[in-house]
Ligand binder design. Structure first.
Ligand code: BTN
Length: 328
């Protein structure tokens, strides 16, 4: 009932009388009062005025919890079963644990803080509280394991579109394959992990970390990292952004599953591709080379045209790509 009262208060611009809440939920005034007290403990500011009722005061401090996140997600199944932790080691590890316990396809695991956040290439992902988004999405697809790496690009597309959903003018782009940059600075990283048995996927976990609130970065990241609030110059609700991402992801994931590859969403992805038409340096362990990034193929490999007129297909697992003048 607590969450239903919250939803009702959120949807109403006027006071909602105690009587109305009692009748709506068929409970006593004491039960309503207790639920409101619980919401206050959860961090909501609720004004109670005699003879008028209750009113939710919005703005100010952000409330970030399961109820807020659930209320922001309007999907069919992606993110509908959710878990929220104030502190966890890594949401990716937790999602895997939940998968082993039988958590359903589309389960979302969110944390306010991670103590052992994992980045790509064995790096750690600094995850302080009250600042950023850390979530992992658990998927149980029935396609071949070789298709799973493409899901990282699907998530990148969803995040880029969601940021645009916050502000149409935002310069949100994708640095191939899956970093989200705004005004050329990285605000989001994605780490996809998969559990495979013989030739079939047990589960895939797409972990996403987004710098949201204004913050200072360690010297080593300061020149190419930023946050969504800094770059949009606006306050951003983490729950709302998660909701927008889940909705965009569900839409593109359905397309992806139908096609079995990125063919039907490739052009959408390429609209966001910051590298497109730019000179890039391909950091291939077998030898670095430069070329112009042309776009991606149906499998998500970057097409790089070199000086000799040839086009190479760059697979993200083996190499990374840098802009020749800096990060993008
Ligand atoms: C990168 O290195 O760019 C990818 C970083 C991915 C970080 C996210 S935060 C939520 C999820 N849980 C983790 O432990 N890592 C991912």
């Amino acid at each position: 009932m607590k969450n239903q009262i919250l939803k009702l208060l959120r949807d109403s611009t006027e006071y909602v009388s105690g009587q109305e809440l009692c009748e709506r939920f068929n409970v006593s005034r004491t039960a309503v009062w207790k639920a409101v007290e619980q919401l206050k403990k959860d961090g909501y500011t609720i004004e109670a005025v005699r003879n008028r009722g209750y009113r939710l005061i919005t703005g100010g401090c952000e409330v970030y919890n399961k109820a807020e996140i659930d209320a922001s997600i309007g999907t069919e199944y992606i993110g509908r079963n959710s878990f929220f932790y104030n502190i966890i080691g890594s949401t990716n590890s937790e999602a895997k644990r939940l998968a082993d316990e039988g958590a359903p396809d589309g389960t979302l695991v969110v944390a306010d803080r991670q103590t052992a956040g994992k980045g790509r290439r064995g790096r750690s992902w600094v995850s302080p509280e009250g600042t950023n988004i850390y979530f992992s999405l658990l998927l149980k697809p029935d396609f071949h394991p070789s298709q799973a790496p493409m899901l990282t690009l699907v998530m990148a597309l969803a995040v880029a579109e969601a940021v645009k959903g916050l502000d149409e003018k935002a310069e949100a782009k994708i640095k191939w394959p899956n970093d989200i940059v705004i005004n050329g600075k990285k605000v989001c990283g994605i780490l996809t992990e998969m559990s495979v048995e013989r030739d079939y996927i047990q589960h895939v976990v797409i972990g996403t970390g987004i710098n949201v609130k204004r913050q200072t970065f360690d010297a080593e990241f300061a020149d190419h990292a930023s946050s969504v609030e800094t770059e949009l110059d606006a306050e951003v609700s983490r729950s709302r952004l998660i909701g927008l991402i889940m909705e965009a992801f569900e839409k593109y994931y359905e397309e992806f599953k139908k096609a079995g590859n990125l063919s039907t969403i490739k052009s959408e992805y390429e609209k966001y591709l910051v590298n497109r038409g730019r000179e890039v340096c391909v950091l291939d362990p077998k030898g670095e080379y430069k070329g112009i990034a042309m776009g991606i193929n149906d499998s998500g490999e970057l097409l790089v045209k070199t000086d000799d007129g040839k086009t190479t297909e760059v697979y993200a697992g083996e190499v990374s790509v840098r802009g020749i003048y800096g990060y993008v």
